[in-house]
Design a protein around this ligand. Structure first.
Ligand code: ADP
Ligand code: MG
Length: 305
């Protein structure tokens, strides 16, 4: 039996089933910020759209090895697929074939735990792993949630935000009941934030109040919060992907760089969520473990955020 990686390696999945909410922007720039804090950081691009890969200037169509090849070939050395993009920052890139991996994974053994195995092999080289998830709940996202200890939810503060959060918490609870009991939600990152609007302020107040009421230690999101600072809407964040750079390389003095730097200090200067459970179960039992069904709010069922 391979040794499990353990704290101090932190593995954080950025998840939201909705697209366009700021997942990739947050994954790339939080990873780049963590790297500047001195953490040996790995960004894993699990999205077949390869946006994080492109954002960091790596061409997904010119790769010999990628997250795709290492997920499907357990004997492949994942180090050969890594790209070093900045000091302390490595990328496990996606290639567009990753979409095919999703269907190929359905028929392999331990299909939920492929990324977990890959990260176990890379653990000695890193302090922090951030995983950019696709906007869906297929096997690629499940692999991310099986490999992670922590979940961050990037989202925007608008109508139905609370219902969207409830759905995502429900998904995490399903994971803790089956594939990964150690998984914990750390909190929400508000992206493209417009603090001056009354509507956004009301949504933030609702989200804050929601998490304050959810402190039951048995919940996988106890202690979760809406992180500060919120990430302001900032044009430099939208421009930097076309230059293949993080905002720190492209516009280090921009508001977007300041927000992500401050957020990285907030999140990564604090110890990770502690868990009473140990290693996520692996092997055939885990594949067939019962799934716990939960409702986090009465309204979750009626909304499609
Ligand atoms: P997701 O990965 O959830 O689909 P992205 O991170 O790709 O979302 O963001 C969607 C779009 O919004 C992208 O074009 C991105 O550049 C832009 N964007 C994200 N965050 C900001 C921000 N704070 N300010 C301005 N534009 C942003
Ligand atoms: Mg994305």
């Amino acid at each position: 039996m391979e040794a499990d990686y353990n704290i101090p390696l932190r593995v954080v999945a950025l998840m939201n089933q909705k697209g366009g909410v700021g997942k990739t922007t947050t994954a790339v720039n939080l990873a780049a910020a963590a790297a500047t804090l001195g953490l040996r950081t790995l960004l894993v691009d699990m999205d077949p759209q390869a946006h994080a890969t492109l954002h960091l200037g790596v061409d997904p169509d010119a790769l010999e090895h990628s997250v795709y090849s290492v997920l499907l070939d357990p004997d492949a050395d994942p180090r050969q697929a890594l790209a070093t993009v900045e000091d302390n920052l490595s990328l496990l890139p996606a290639e567009t074939d990753l979409a095919a991996a999703e269907s190929e994974l359905t028929s392999v053994p331990e299909r939920h735990h492929r990324l977990h195995r890959v990260l176990q092999r890379l653990a000695p080289d890193f302090d922090l792993v951030l995983i950019d998830c696709p906007p869906s709940l297929g096997l690629l996202t499940l692999n991310a949630l099986a490999a992670a200890r922590e979940v961050l939810i990037p989202m925007q503060a608008h109508f139905l935000a609370l219902q969207g959060v409830s759905k995502l918490l429900e998904t995490v609870q399903l994971m803790t009941g089956s594939i990964n009991p150690a998984l914990r939600v750390r909190g929400v990152v508000l992206c493209m934030h417009e603090n001056q609007t009354t509507h956004a302020q009301e949504v933030v107040a609702d989200l804050d109040a929601f998490f304050e009421q959810q402190q039951d230690a048995s919940l996988p999101w106890s202690g979760a919060k809406v992180f500060r600072p919120h990430i302001r809407r900032n044009i430099k964040l939208a421009e930097s992907p076309s230059f293949g750079q993080s905002v720190f390389a492209y516009a280090p003095d921009a508001a977007g760089a300041k927000d992500y730097r401050d957020l990285a200090e907030t999140i990564f200067a604090t110890p990770p969520a502690t868990t009473s459970t140990g290693t996520p179960p692996t092997g055939p039992e885990a594949e067939h473990a019962p799934v716990v069904h939960v409702r986090t709010t009465e309204s979750a069922e009626h909304t499609a955020p």
